[in-house]
Design a protein around this ligand. Sequence first.
Ligand SMILES: [Zn+2]
Length: 230
Amino acid sequence: MADIIKINDNTWRIEDGMVRFYLFTGRKRALLIDTGMTTKNAKEIAESLTALPLSLINTHADRDHTAGNGAFAEIYMSPKEEPLYRNQNGTGMVIPVKEGDVIDLGGRPLRIIDVPGHTPGSIAILDEKNRVLVSGDSVQNGNIYMFGPKRDLNDFIKSMEHLKKYDGQYDEVYAMHGNFPVGPELVGKLCDGARQIRDGLAKGEKINLFGNDVTFYKFDYAGFFGECVD
Ligand SMILES: [Zn+2]
């Protein structure tokens, strides 16, 4: 059962076990940001909280973020994420979004920032008025999945460097895993951690994660599940 938590009069977080998603409203429109891992009725939940016209955006298409997508005919998503989404039998028409696009909910402009790495089409969403960054899985203090063919550590590092350009424009990070909220300083820390992994300076532990041999790098601010290295 999803747990609905009101953050303020126009923002909710919906806790779905290991993952969370968000509902943002403006004066004219409402936007659901992801649909969770088990919450097939995410649309119904959103419609119970607002009467405004409702759209859906996905921060990325990993299965733990798209459980309730089937109820939507259209989905804002990076086009770079669509192959992954269709591979998982994702339905609905993709309305492509990219860096610099702004979705205005009515007095609440949301700016799209491309942050590839965790997946090719991962995005973050800057809520400029409320000084909040919705980070998907890319900025969070849980464990970030960075192994397998769709992940790219070098892109992740570049994305963290890119996000640093938005320093000072937000005070809180709303992530989909880990603690809620986390602070903007986590971006720089994740960038450093990912560089240490890339440069072979981080000490990892070989583990088996759901049948995959991976290297687990645990930092005091977050973890990474990286490619298996012997
Ligand atoms: Zn996730």
